[in-house]
Write a protein that binds this ligand. Sequence first.
Ligand code: HEM
Length: 484
Amino acid sequence: MREASEHARRFPPEYRPPAPKPQAHLLRPLALIRTLKRNPLECWAAAHFEQPIVSGGLPIGHVLLVHEPRAIRHVLLDNAANYRKDHLQRRVLSAGLNDGLLSAEGEQWRAQRRVLAPMFAHRTVMDFMPAMMSAADTLIARWSATGDGSTIDVAAEMAKVTLDVVERTIFSDGFGSDAEDIRVAMAVYFNTIGRISPLDLLGVPDFIPRLSRLRVRSTLKFFEAEVDRVISARRRLLSERPDRAPNDLLTHLLEAMETDGRDGLTEAEVRSNILTFIAAGHETTANTLSWALFLLSQSQQWRARIEAEVDRELARPASKGIADRLVETRAVIEETIRLYPPIAAISRVAIGDDELNGEPVRPGSLIVISPYVLHRHRLLWDRPDVFDPQRFLGSGAAAIDRFAYLPFGAGPRKCIGSTFALQEATLVLAMIVKHFSFQLRPGHEVWPLLRVTLRPANGLPMIVTKRTNHPVRDGAGSRQMLTS
Ligand code: HEM
């Protein structure tokens, strides 16, 4: 008996988190369009997870679905100049902010990237540690006040904490008296601007109004006006009392503006990039945290490991390098965005002729690289659908092909906020694990849904209890449909 339990401790059952079972065959156009509308994640067929390159499938010209590291490296890095971002992805992911880094192209993109890169360098991001910890403290205080054993929608709470981090790192002196109205308007803004309308799918240009945007026009205008107000106030402060200006992203952006013939950002670019950072950085990280909490709630083994790490590391005086010491917590985050990459597809359009592993690429060919498929590809990963953060620790991590793991993309257009996001997610997860146990509400079915980013459908209700020893069963409480 003791031997059996010792074995169970050393070799816990492998946990396969919920994921759609790949379609047996490539979907025909009508079924594809219907499934794309319901949940694009359910469109993928077994062939995509088994073959390096699959061509065709979409009724919109020549499409190549590429999930082979060498070919990906070719598109995103070696021959990146031959590929530009496609219209739809730019519209959806960049909230329609054409002047921002996410959607700018050519010389405008290059100049912006040069100016913005130092703001997201490891050293600068470490300066944001206190802001991230304060946002986590606010979350802990809020949960502590709700009472032990309460059910909390963790997905909504993660959206709150990541928005709080955005606010504290971009506008660290806050929004002023209208803060709550601005937060509501911000949520409406990004929910509306980032949504795909049928007109987008048909390639109708942006100046044709979308119904969804018309409905909330006054809220959108209010939010834009408030962002402009915050920018003007900070500009005044910087010119009158520069010593009083906070050390946040808004100050960095305004200091990077063009002055007296010096190259830099235009005013429109500053505004667009503020909105871009909020759009690109907030929901992605919120989903990362929601999925990480869900996965930990299903794995007693990893919960225990992370609890031990945070109890040890967070007991020491806080220092800027703390996120770098939380190595196992970070491995959980890395494994989380392998299984549930918030940006589940990256796409490019070919400018000129090319070739990928013998497959011809023509001008206008659409190249789709799905981190979701790539991270679960049968040719690239051992036990691809199993939750196992150990892959990202020790020698295993070094063996992972750089172009087989793309939660943040790769090449010149790799996510500029990756260090920021990893630090934020690691710190917030560590703080939550330090203070609380959490269990999925019994009966709640977790399912991944792709709506701009990859999120748990119907939220993530969890019973949250102040930390005591609450054993969780591996894999309890979730639908498991994958077989391998
Ligand atoms: C877990 C969180 C995040 C994930 C998974 C993520 C993912 C990505 C991916 C996959 C790309 C590349 C898209 C492509 O090549 O087409 C990207 C680009 C970008 N991300 Fe992130 N991101 C995250 C967090 C952030 C944060 C926190 C920020 C900023 C505060 C940010 C800002 C950007 C920007 C500005 C770009 C465009 C970079 C360029 O084109 O030069 N992201 N992100």
